[in-house]
Design a protein around this ligand. Sequence first.
Ligand code: ZN
Length: 73
Amino acid sequence: MIYGDGMALTCSARGCQAEAAWALRWNNPKLHTPDRRKTWLACEQHRESLGDFLGARGFLREVEPADSADRRE
Ligand SMILES: [Zn+2]
């Protein structure tokens, strides 16, 4: 996914350089106010593992296509 500024969105998984297809929105209630959203970007391969990691901790809020992701963190 390429933005107008030429920055590619790459997967947030460690060591992965793949293009991100998904934006995982998450919130850690111990650190963040309820309306705060952190974003991890995930390729098709890592969407499930990153989502499971966040889901197991109760952090995952929404999963959106990466092309709808804005620049909030
Ligand atoms: Zn990946």
